[in-house]
Design a protein around this ligand. Structure first.
Ligand code: NAP
Length: 273
């Protein structure tokens, strides 16, 4: 049986779906089974109970383990778990001691390597689903306010991250691999907002703000800490004028092209209406 942590998350929900489609047995973890809306053919369990009996592989979402993964890994080894597929981050590629994002993901990767279990570290860059943070502004007819309008990124559809994770859980092809994952195209924030507006049939607008204004707005959001905000702004500033470098890994691993941001916007049009 495969344990999916963060099973209601952007990626986790699709990991559950992919595994069930492949007829795998799934135990899906959530803090609140009553509101999780998980498929009835998955076994749903509480995150704080962490039931590991019968589990052979784990999809590990770091968002669930803010206090570290040591306890999870030692209990998993004790239960004979053989494989961990980590939702890591491309931030782990540029180990910069001042980057909280890099340090956090690298620490977890090292702990998994040291555990002796088989592993795959999926290292996606920016999620397209981060654009859901613009939902309130777009619904209200307000401008999406972001800095660095010329910065280009390659946002990845959560379904593509999940498809890679499912391959890593269901086959032996990705054992010991650290695939860097991205969307298929390099795109700016104003282009993303325009594509959401077209998909949702709304007049979505973009307004560039200064990095200082963005800092204040980001810090006002729940769960945003200073180190993380610094990382996000540094990444964005570094993406201005940088040539596009989409990763070929989604297509190589899944056999189908990575989904574009326009496809993501079409899939999520209702979220913005
Ligand atoms: N966003 C990006 O651009 C990006 C890029 C690269 C890598 N990543 C990685 O992806 C992770 C986020 O993945 P995602 O978007 O799929 O996840 P998500 O949607 O943020 O959350 C996953 C699930 O984890 C549970 N959860 C959240 N906070 C928790 C907590 N404090 N304790 C226990 N459970 C908690 C929630 O489920 P319940 O409410 O059902 O318990 C939630 O649905 C990041 O943490 C990062 O490691 C993100």
């Amino acid at each position: 049986m495969i344990l999916v942590t963060g099973a209601t998350g952007n990626v986790g929900r699709h990991v559950v779906g992919e595994l069930l489609c492949a007829n795998a047995k799934v135990r899906a973890l959530t803090r609140d089974p009553a509101t999780a809306r998980l498929p009835s053919d998955a076994e749903v369990a509480r995150t704080d109970e962490l039931p590991l009996d019968g589990i052979t592989s784990i999809f590990l979402n770091p968002a669930v383990f803010w206090n570290g993964v040591d306890d999870l890994l030692s209990r998993a080894a004790g239960h004979g778990v053989r494989r961990v597929v980590l939702l890591s981050s491309s931030a782990a590629l540029a180990p910069d001691p001042s980057s909280e994002l890099a340090a956090r993901h690298l620490d977890i990767e090292r702990a998994i390597e040291d555990s002796g279990m088989e592993w795959t570290f999926a290292r996606p860059g920016e999620f397209a689903s981060n654009a859901l943070a613009w939902r309130d502004a777009i619904r209200a007819g307000d401008a999406v306010r972001e800095p660095y309008a010329a910065a280009r990124t390659e946002p990845i559809h959560e379904r593509d991250v999940a498809a890679v994770a499912a391959k890593a859980l269901l086959t032996d092809h990705l054992v010991g691999a650290r695939p860097v994952l991205s969307g298929p195209e390099s795109i700016t924030r104003p282009e993303m907002v325009r594509l959401i507006g077209e998909a949702a049939g709304l007049p979505a607008r973009f307004e560039e703000i200064t990095p200082e204004e963005a800092r204040k707005e980001l810090l006002a959001r729940p769960y945003m800490r200073e180190g993380l905000v610094d990382d996000l702004l540094r990444l964005r500033a570094g993406a201005v004028g940088v040539p596009s470098a989409p990763s070929p890994e989604v297509e190589r691993i899944t056999g189908r092209p990575a989904r574009t941001f326009a496809e993501w916007a079409a899939d999520h049009a209702d979220d913005f209406r």
